[in-house]
Design a protein. Sequence first.
Length: 118
Amino acid sequence: QVQLVESGGGLVQAGGSLRLSCAASGIIGSINNMGWYRQAPGKQRELVATIGSGGSTNYADSVKGRFTISRDNAKNTVYLQMNSLKPEDTAAYYCKVQEVHFGEYDYWGQGTQVTVSS
């Protein structure tokens, strides 16, 4: 059974930094895409950043230049370094991992809250 454990969220002042981590366990096949999404109250969940198995990255326009996604394949872990945080970055952040094993399967973390005060 695949489980994703997220950590690193918290309360930070505007302009500050946080680093989120998401470790996947129970993976049998290989991991393809890994990513971070966020959902603010009253809003739909939106993509923040993704990283492919080869290291290619994709970012939402709103976080380009401020956030950096990375992965450690040996640890089945994806990270999100968030710098220059803004109040509008406040949301619950979720990681998603795509396992490839006789098919493609997406798994979600439980979410970690990021709150940026002005």
